[in-house]
Design a protein around this ligand. Structure first.
Ligand code: ZN
Length: 119
């Protein structure tokens, strides 16, 4: 029972990624949001637009981070409970190259792109 020589250990990578995502989410969503100064209308229109755009961008970024975080958590669960490296949709093995590039991938390329195509 020799260890496979080239297989990367995804555990530490996933744990580090999870910590990274958590700290990024914390920065995007500071706990004291209600203390924000109210937006002042009628001052300069550009200021208000800039702030809305900034908030929208941060919400989108936070949503994307949460999406990746879910995948990292799912991958960690699979790593502990079994099934890591297998597609959650079709059950086929996820190619090693994909896992190397994306250690928290829980779907193969086909399924990640929207499900297996027929024909
Ligand atoms: Zn698949």
């Amino acid at each position: 029972m020799a260890d496979p020589p080239s297989a990367p250990a995804p555990g530490p990578t996933l744990a580090a990624k999870l910590a990274e995502l958590d700290s990024e989410l914390e920065q995007l969503n500071p706990p004291r949001t209600e203390q924000r100064a109210p937006v002042q209308y009628g001052k300069r229109a550009g200021d208000h637009i800039a702030e809305s755009t900034d908030r929208l961008t941060r919400e989108r970024t936070a949503a994307e981070l949460r999406r990746v975080r879910e995948q990292v958590v799912a991958a960690l669960e699979r790593l502990q409970g079994g099934g890591y490296g297998r597609c959650e949709i079709c059950g086929r093995a996820i190619p090693e190259a994909r896992l190397e590039a994306l250690p928290w991938a829980i779907r193969c390329v086909d399924c990640a792109a929207g499900g297996p195509r027929r024909g």
